[in-house]
Write a protein that binds this ligand. Structure first.
Ligand code: PEP
Ligand code: MG
Length: 315
């Protein structure tokens, strides 16, 4: 059994019966690449590009961006690298983009909203990504943060096409409206990626930075799982992929639940990858689906944890 555990702590993500769930890394830039590769990440599911520019007072040049993106794309060979365009605002303000005078920054002009107000910044970033990917075997994909509805998804897709970006473009599901209408968003883009941190924040109206509200940020909450199920179900119906790249994916048992809900890839900080990989390898897809059913039927987050441990036979 020890040998099995060690064998399954490297290699691609899969359930006990061989259902593939690619395990990807969340990174903030080239500095995080080595740890992700060492942990056996199959690619990158979330490259938080705004982390590169948290201290910048002027918009970064295209050349500086090309260099950072090329370093990351090179490191993952033929792997999938999902790059999120700048998610400025709220918990990640950028000096050269974020309005300073908003009463409610989390509900204000942030993420894609900022980029649509500054289309030259979005275009420059997409051009830099296209240049960085040229001649490399990596599978570059880009996604937009804070997509609220189909119009947002369409606006993002139009800029991607205009710039001639190679590869797929997607929308993050971080706002409940996007989960509720995931099917219409998928009419405009190629894939979904669920950001559970913001999805919980907006579903429960609980600021993710306020410790006193931790109970409402718990990703095991059945209401959050219901929104995830909606998005994953819409993607399955459309024949498109729907990953999770929020903190929820880093919880080994919750990763099994997410798989059972129909999520097609899991992206997390590198440190969480080995335990998620070995845990997922222990259960069949059918067991993951049973766990998902138990969690959705639970009264609250604590009850969901208890029910899933029981279904999966975890002591
Ligand atoms: C999220 O909101 O879950 C997410 C992955 O993005 P970030 O944490 O960077 O806002
Ligand atoms: Mg987010």
């Amino acid at each position: 059994e020890l040998r099995d555990a060690l064998a399954s702590s490297s290699g691609p993500g899969t359930t006990a019966d061989g259902h593939r769930v690619p395990l990807l890394a969340n990174i903030g830039g080239p500095a995080d690449v080595d740890a992700a590769v060492a942990a056996g990440a199959e690619g990158v599911g979330l490259f938080r590009t705004e982390f590169l520019f948290l201290d910048a007072t002027v918009a970064p040049s295209e050349e500086d961006q090309v260099e950072a993106y090329r370093t990351v794309l090179t490191a993952f060979g033929e792997g999938r690298v999902v790059v999120r365009v700048l998610d400025a605002g709220a918990d990640k303000p950028l000096g050269f983009l974020t309005p300073a005078d908003e009463p409610n920054p989390a509900l204000g002009v942030r993420g894609l909203r900022t980029l649509l107000e500054h289309p030259e910044v979005l275009r420059a970033q997409l051009r830099a990504l296209a240049t960085a990917a040229r001649g490399l075997p990596a599978r570059l994909e880009v996604m937009a943060p804070m997509v609220a509805d189909r119009a947002d998804a369409r606006a993002f897709a139009e800029v991607c096409r205009e710039v001639g970006l190679p590869g797929a473009y997607g929308a993050m599901v971080e706002i409940p409206s996007a989960a509720l209408r995931a099917g219409s968003i998928l009419d405009e883009v190629d894939f979904l990626s669920i950001g559970t941190n913001d999805l919980a924040q907006y579903a429960f109206a609980a600021d993710r930075q306020v410790g006193a509200l931790a109970r409402l940020q718990d990703p095991w909450q059945p209401a959050l799982l219901e929104l995830i199920a909606l998005a994953a179900g819409a993607a399955a119906e459309a024949g498109k992929s729907c990953g999770v790249c929020g903190e929820a994916a880093a919880d080994p048992l919750l990763a099994c639940v997410l798989t059972g809900l129909g999520v097609t890839s899991l992206s997390m900080g590198a440190a969480a990858l080995p335990l998620v990989r070995t845990t997922l390898a222990r259960y069949t897809l059918e067991q993951c689906r049973a766990a998902a059913g138990a969690a959705r039927g639970a009264r609250d987050a604590e009850d969901a944890r208890r029910a899933v441990r029981e279904v999966l036979g975890v002591a």
